[in-house]
Design a protein around this ligand. Structure first.
Ligand code: ASP
Ligand code: MG
Length: 460
């Protein structure tokens, strides 16, 4: 069970977490992020120290360190509160030393930065263990750095194979004795025992690694939203939680910027075929989203509508392309030279359309493309992607999608037999309307009479 920063941002949130751990079935392990906002503050403090202001750097953390003490005061009895307060004081003085070193030798900062960032998770996990004990749960703090063994790529370390065994050794004895291990996410250590971090948001990754090492029945990611939603709730108020997603659907959604787990994070779960559940710690009764292997993921349906604004499309048309070879390569080399990522691509015999979301290099790219053909650029486009295993094999879904938006000008339609997304472009100012209609036809149909609604959408 992994609890994110917002799930432990204050005393009330910690109390919620204790309730969630208490009602969990079977044996559990808790993995926790730094309390909300603390990692950002720690990072900013390091930047300040690099600029030479060590005192200011340490002082900038006073409020957040005090927040830990306040939470402890609200939730812990005297003895454990005193122990935690002295842990906070020790952390403060260690950080002060580190800030001083960074200020005088800024070159040392990558490893020392990880050392400093790691205090966020160390404090939150010690605090959570104490809070759980206060709620009569047999919790035991375990230093995650003894489990997650990594290379020395500071700031974005990669876990090594020995992590599995180290995790099993450290945790199974605790679990066997009937205790709940409580670990900080995000942190690890090198073979020399130097602290590392797994990259921002890395606690999800830690949870997946630990769950995979232990052969967990389920990995739960507790956050502040009720799972993964069918659509951006700022566009469609009737957005709802997707009950079940496949790993691949979740990966597609992540790519389109939906608020969902990073595909890399759940890879250890995928490798072991362990279901991942995303739940809301503020509303634990709402089931959340279960992410599972394809076969179990209700393959007949559309799951979500994702979109991304601010897209630029580029079309290159040239009769020379007809029957020629090497043309696409020449075209993509232009983008490669300018280190510009291309997202969606569609081609015909004589033209290629592609989309980019960062147009800063276009002024250099366009003249080079003009050597290949006629170039047309359109800005302010939106990519819309309809995602679901159902697109693979359910006839009629594409027809339903397009007839629901038949007055809206759609371009660059992209779909493949093996893909689970149907992607296309619309003008940014028509995107909202398109997304609302698509959501209605794909998800709100069950609320009304399906046929009636379809007729209305299609205008029959
Ligand atoms: N506390 C770290 C961060 O904010 C790790 C995490 O929250 O997953 O990036
Ligand atoms: Mg965080």
């Amino acid at each position: 069970m992994k609890f994110g920063g917002t799930s432990v941002e204050n005393a009330a949130a910690f109390r919620q977490v204790a309730g969630i751990v208490r009602s969990a079935e079977g044996r559990t392990v808790s993995v926790v992020s730094a309390i909300g906002g603390f990692t950002n503050a720690l990072l900013a403090s390091v930047e300040r120290a690099i600029r030479g202001d060590a005192r200011g750097a340490t002082r900038s953390l006073s409020g957040d360190l005090e927040r830990h003490v306040t939470i402890a005061r609200g939730l812990l009895s005297d003895a454990s509160r005193a122990a935690f307060e002295s842990a906070v004081a020790a952390v403060r003085s260690e950080i002060r030393q580190l800030h001083k070193i960074i200020a005088s030798h800024p070159v040392t900062s990558p490893s020392l930065q990880d050392e400093i960032l790691a205090f966020g998770e160390q404090l939150s996990s010690q605090l959570l263990a104490a809070v759980l004990r206060e709620h009569n749960l047999a919790a035991r703090y375990v230093d995650a750095r003894r489990c997650i063994r990594t290379d020395d790529h500071y700031g974005c370390a990669t876990p090594l194979a020995e992590t599995t065994q180290a995790t099993q050794v450290e945790l199974s004895k605790v679990i066997r004795s009937g205790e709940i291990p409580v670990l900080g996410g995000f942190i690890g250590s090198t073979e020399n025992g130097v602290t590392t971090t797994l990259g921002r948001g890395g606690s999800d990754y830690s949870a997946a690694i630990i769950g995979a090492a232990l052969g967990a029945r389920e990995i739960q990611i507790w956050t502040d939203v009720s799972g993964v939603l069918t659509v951006d709730p700022r566009v469609v108020t009737k957005a709802r939680t997707i009950p079940v997603l496949s790993y691949q659907e979740a990966a597609e959604l992540a790519y389109f910027g939906a608020k969902v787990l990073h595909p890399k994070t759940i890879q250890p779960a995928i490798d072991q075929n362990i279901p991942v559940r995303v739940c809301n710690s503020r509303a634990p009764a709402e089931g959340g989203t279960l992410i599972v292997a394809e076969a179990e993921a209700a393959p007949q349906t559309v799951k979500a509508i994702a979109h991304k604004n601010g897209i630029t499309t580029v079309q290159v048309t040239s009769a020379r392309m007809l029957g020629a070879y090497g043309f696409l390569r020449a075209l993509f080399e232009v983008f490669e030279r300018h280190r510009t990522a291309v997202d969606v691509v569609t081609t015909s015999e004589v033209s290629v359309s592609l989309s980019i979301d960062n147009p800063t290099t276009l002024p250099q790219i366009i003249p080079e493309l003009e050597e290949l053909g006629t170039v047309e650029v359109e800005e302010s486009r939106t990519i819309i992607s309809v995602i679901g295993e159902g697109l693979r094999n359910t006839p009629g879904i594409a027809a339903r999608v397009f007839s629901s938006i038949n007055e809206i000008n759609v371009s660059m339609i992209s779909v493949g037999a093996s893909t689970i997304n149907l992607t296309f472009m619309v003008d940014e100012d028509q995107a909202r309307e398109a997304i609302i209609r698509l959501h209605r036809v794909c998800f709100e149909a069950e609320d009304k009479h399906h046929a009636e609604l379809l007729a209305e959408e299609v205008g029959v």
